[in-house]
Design a protein around this ligand. Sequence first.
Ligand code: SF4
Length: 329
Amino acid sequence: MIEFSYARAEDAPGAIRLSSSAARPKYLGGGTNLVDLMRETVERPDALVDVTGLSSDIEARDDGSLLIGAAAKNTAVAANRVVRTHFPMLSRALLSGASGQIRNMATVGGNILQRTRCTYFYDDASRCNKRAPGAGCDAIDGFNRYHAILGASPSCVATHPSDMCVALAALDALVHLEGPNGRRMLTFVDFHRLPAGRPDVETELGPHELITAIELPALPFATHSTYRKVRDRASYAFALVSVAAALDLGPDGSVRDVRLALGGVAHKPWRAWKAEVALRGQQATPDSFRAAAEAELAEASGLRDNTFKIELGKRVIEAVLSELAGESA
Ligand code: SF4
């Protein structure tokens, strides 16, 4: 048995104090991933600091931005009226993830910090650089249907499992952090890391640093946005490929602005910058959507079981943008 202490924090400074007094602490949200990892002995914290008592408020501000406390439950965010009307891609992404029971428990902060579902990561008889740095990676020549086609490295080909995070990447979200050295903010797209040679280091979080909130800047055309997830079965499955998109068309049918991010394809939520650049100013046609998808996936590279995701990703991008363009017509 692995022993650990448990304490519930009243506020962020208290949580940081409790964390700082332990050698291997972990912040505990809903526990929907962390507790599984502890059962499998992949995570071995000596202290759990329960942060579910921190802010779970969802505050719509006058400037059109939204501040979501890190302890807000996934269900509450998905059901929030402002989220559903102003940022529907976020609500749809949340509702496509996990099960109702898990969404009722899972917090926004925990969702962001959930770890890959690569089966070798959970199996301590397998070689895994993420679990045991330097051990090797059994996924590269093993079962890799769910693995990365973009941004992978010879050290790790895992994907990030979150649906919510794909929408946050597309929406230019900001991550509010608090730690021993004070408060700071990071852009969401810079929060998670690609694996390179250190797949065990997944985020830019510093020691004892805590996610306190997520901020969605105002984005008026995000009212016209969606999230589509392609998976092996209709529910309770991780994405093979997912797309979060918002589209703003001018009166002449050209793309005035666009936000696009992909899930299930990389070690982090993948903002499709190349596709966005390729689309702006173009007529909103299937050909231009396809060309943008080709540009984004030009450097994609498949493994034994997942090469199909390259073409699948292009088709889902084209389909989602065509759907949004059709709604604008
Ligand atoms: Fe581990 Fe990453 Fe390889 Fe999976 S893909 S076995 S998580 S190193």
